[in-house]
Design a protein around this ligand. Structure first.
Ligand code: SF4
Ligand code: SF4
Length: 315
């Protein structure tokens, strides 16, 4: 496994980052021990970087997985907090739940433009203070928008940008793949640490997995690529791929057979709260039942976090 510096932060990360959303309640919904074993397997295979968020509800898995090695792992988390008070709550929850004295990277979750960043500025100021106190090592944003990458690289407080990028541009909200690549290049010139997300387009590129991974791995400005994993065999496949090792035939067949979809459980009450959460408009109420447009759904699972009945999962 290769390791690279995240911009000017001095934080060294493996090229493969463990995306933790997939093990949690909105996707595979693994038992804590089972999910922790998958993360631990990745850590024992050379991965040293875990990406999560307050929204993902995966802190208990990470806490268990890093027992005994907790300061050898680089952890990113994210929050939607607007105010200093709410950001303090988000940080305290992360520290307490993961059982760490610090969080390596704290991001504003899903930023869209300079306007959304300004709206969160009180929360950013809190993170700057937390960084001075040693509670956070680096601050930044995660985003699905080209405009947000362009805005963030001009803001000195943000050292890390976590953009959505894949070979088909699936999920980029406001532009093309080329525009996102150009914004990433420029951000790197400003010394920002970058790591990518949604390399497989939320599972939509699984039938072209080699091309999709080669595409993101070849972007020189990305220090690391976050990939969601929920099984030991997915970890083995990704670690082998990122390490340039030969991949066993059965492992490759298993990956190519894998298809993901959004599952809405039978106990859905038709309340419609999930619809507000989807910024792509990929889920709509038809009668009193949510229906997903599979053509535009990027399988992020965020609608699941809005469901009071816990009935949406990516499976
Ligand atoms: S329907 Fe849900 S999973 Fe699909 S893009 Fe919208 S929020 Fe994400
Ligand atoms: S939020 Fe949950 S219960 Fe409400 S409509 Fe959506 S899936 Fe159904």
């Amino acid at each position: 496994m290769e390791y690279r510096n995240l911009g000017n932060t001095g934080i060294l990360v493996s090229r493969l980052c463990f995306g933790a959303l997939t093990i949690g309640p909105f996707q595979a919904n693994l038992e804590i021990e089972q999910g922790a074993r998958v993360i631990r397997h990745a850590l024992e295979s050379g991965v040293n970087f875990i990406d999560t968020a307050q929204l993902y509800a995966t802190y208990p898995y990470i806490r268990r997985a890093i027992e005994g090695i907790k300061n050898k792992v680089v952890i990113t988390t994210k929050s939607y907090a607007y105010t200093a008070e709410d950001m303090r709550g988000s940080l305290e929850e992360a520290l307490r739940s993961i059982n760490r004295d610090y969080i390596d990277i704290f991001l504003l979750h899903e930023q869209e433009s300079i306007l959304t960043m300004k709206g969160h500025w009180e929360a950013v100021e809190y993170l700057v203070k937390a960084k001075k106190e040693g509670l956070v090592r680096a601050i930044g944003i995660s985003t699905h928008s080209v405009e947000a990458v362009r805005a963030a690289f001009l803001i000195p407080e943000f050292e890390i940008i976590h953009p959505l990028i894949n070979m088909s541009g699936i999920g980029i909200k406001d532009g093309t793949r080329e525009e996102m690549l150009a914004a990433i290049q420029e951000a790197a010139l400003y010394g920002k640490g970058l790591y990518g997300m949604k390399a497989l387009g939320g599972g939509n590129l699984l039938d072209q997995v080699d091309q999709a991974l080669d595409f993101v791995i070849s972007i020189p400005q990305l220090a690391s690529i976050a990939l969601g994993m929920s099984s030991v065999w997915e970890v083995d496949f990704n670690v082998s791929y990122f390490s340039g090792r030969e991949i066993k035939k059965e492992l490759r067949e298993r990956v190519s057979r894998q298809k993901r979809r959004l599952l809405i459980e039978s106990w859905c009450t038709g309340c419609g709260q999930c619809i507000q959460k989807c910024d792509l408009g990929a889920i709509k109420l038809v009668g009193n039942r949510p229906v997903v447009n599979q053509e535009i759904c990027r399988l992020c699972g965020y609608c699941g976090s809005a469901c009071p009945e816990l009935c949406i999962r990516v499976v």
